[in-house]
Write a protein that binds this ligand. Structure first.
Ligand code: BES
Ligand code: ZN
Length: 465
């Protein structure tokens, strides 16, 4: 390792307590993007980030949008140097169910090496590591080794489109020009095992609503004579998937699915996965998924369909004999290359429309969609990311895919025409979107070191700009 990077590491050591306190302040702001009740907190969070970025040596500003604001920041050193664009999100998922948290979700708590709070890993902790790397470099040296830009959004968790419009707009394209995009919003394959992510799933998220009689009815008097929306939503959802084989039954759903390549099947199979440990961690007796595929293949590279929410009728204690007037389901489909969310949406609508539902009204609303993505991990910037990970973690990264989605990454890739480096520092047991979300503090600091090291490695790439 070069002398200069080890100086930065000494700074990170020296300032580690402050980096933690700042992250805790960031986590105290409940920036839940999907719930309008939190809109003011989301805006306050954007402003907090802008202020912290300024204090770390970046020029930062808020970009107002139709939805939640974007935070944009930059430090330009020289036209002769490459430019890295860091993407992240400052919004978080709703914290419910609240009663399952050991401590309140927006009161960050340190438990040994763990920092527990909503957003700790997804994505405040991981993306703030980028900001602190800049802080550490500028506290050690006069200037950064490369140019940097930051684009941090407040709607990633709710499928908002503000960033999509901005990135595709004239000013957006101009402001965001970069030689590579860096994203830390994913997990490492295992503790201590750095990972370079090359595939994310796409998503199509729909809400299906069934409306029957004009009021809840006595289920004895009217049952059997009226189509029951509770039964009907169950019928619809049940017809979407084969319960035996896990295959999705929407006509044409698999038509454009790119099969796993042989080398991928081999690489996935070579990754250690303790199925028993996996089941134990989740409290399930058996894994289940599409026939003919391993657990990793199912979650990383095969399309899926899952109920995310389902409602109808009486939910309180005891029995109430009632035939519910309405019902609904929220259903997500995770897509893989080369599935197109718009096409899948049309097939789903047509499929539901021909199901036997007369006597009730069925509506299908698409809430959001994003395309799947495979990124190129050849090239000098991916090599710089891999050697930075090797330098800091002492091991070469493994190449992985993931089942999650980060909608804007595909658009950035397409619009900027720059390579994307998906370099996550989370762990698969970080409980993203669940109660007691956590980030290992050792990973927070390693993330800061890896980012600082990446800047030095990127500076060695000549003729990039
Ligand atoms: N950080 C996740 C994406 C992720 C999760 C990547 C796990 C790799 C591994 C991100 O914040 C997220 O949750 N995205 C949403 C996007 C959706 C709302 C459009 C997702 O995947 O559910
Ligand atoms: Zn998330």
């Amino acid at each position: 390792m070069t002398h200069s990077t080890s100086d930065v590491f000494a700074t990170i050591e020296r300032d580690s307590e402050r980096y933690l306190e700042e992250l805790k302040d960031y986590l105290r702001i409940p920036s839940v993007s999907t719930d309008p009740a939190f809109a003011a907190d989301v805006a306050r969070c954007a402003d907090f980030l802008r202020t912290r970025m300024e204090a770390s040596g970046l020029q930062a500003e808020i970009i107002e949008t139709q939805g939640h604001p974007l935070v944009l920041a930059e430090r330009h050193v020289s036209d002769a140097l490459p430019t890295l664009l860091f993407y992240g999100h400052y919004d978080v998922q709703p914290p419910d169910p609240l009663e399952e948290w050991r401590n309140p979700p927006f009161e960050p708590t340190v438990e040994g090496d763990l920092l527990v709070a909503r957003g700790a890993t997804d994505d405040k902790g991981q993306s703030y590591a980028h900001v602190k790397a800049i802080d550490a470099l500028l506290a050690t040296r006069d200037e950064l080794p490369v140019n940097v830009k930051f684009l941090v959004e407040g709607e990633e968790e709710s499928g908002g489109e503000a960033i999509e419009h901005y990135v595709r707009s004239e000013p957006g394209r101009e402001r965001l020009g970069a030689d590579a995009v860096v994203v830390s919003d994913s997990s490492m394959y295992a503790p201590g095992q750095p990972s370079l992510l090359y595939g994310l799933k796409g998503i199509l998220y729909v809400e299906i609503r069934v409306t029957g009689p004009n009021r809840d009815l006595h289920s004895g008097t009217f049952g059997g004579a009226v189509r029951n929306p509770g039964n009907t939503i169950a019928d619809i959802v049940a017809r979407l998937r084969d319960p035996e084989t896990g295959r999705i039954l929407i006509p044409g759903f698999y038509d454009s699915v790119r099969p796993l390549e042989d080398w991928e099947r081999k690489e996935f199979a070579a990754l250690p996965l303790d199925e028993e440990e996996y089941r134990k961690d989740l409290g399930i007796a058996a894994t289940f998924g599409e026939e003919g595929y391993s657990t990793l293949e199912r979650s990383w590279a095969r399309p899926t369909l899952d109920v995310n929410g389902l409602w109808s009728g009486y939910q309180g204690p005891g029995a109430k004999t009632v035939l519910p007037a309405i019902s609904g389901a929220k259903v997500s489909m995770r897509l893989v290359p080369d599935q197109d969310p718009d096409e899948i949406g049309r097939s789903l609508e047509a499929f539901v429309a021909q199901m036997p539902t007369d006597g009730a009204t069925v509506e299908v609303d698409v809430l959001h969609g994003a395309g799947p993505l495979l990124v190129d991990i050849e090239g000098p910037f991916a090599a710089a990311a891999m050697s930075a990970m090797q330098d800091v973690w002492g091991k070469p990264p493994v190449k992985v895919r993931e089942g999650g989605s980060i909608p804007i990454v595909g658009t950035l890739n397409e619009v900027l025409g720059a390579p994307t480096l998906l370099m996550g520092f989370g762990l698969s047991d970080d409980r993203l979107h669940s109660p007691n979300e956590k980030f290992n503090l050792s990973h927070y600091y390693q993330g800061i070191r890896t980012t600082a090291r990446l800047l030095d490695r990127a500076a060695e790439i000549s003729g990039a700009s």
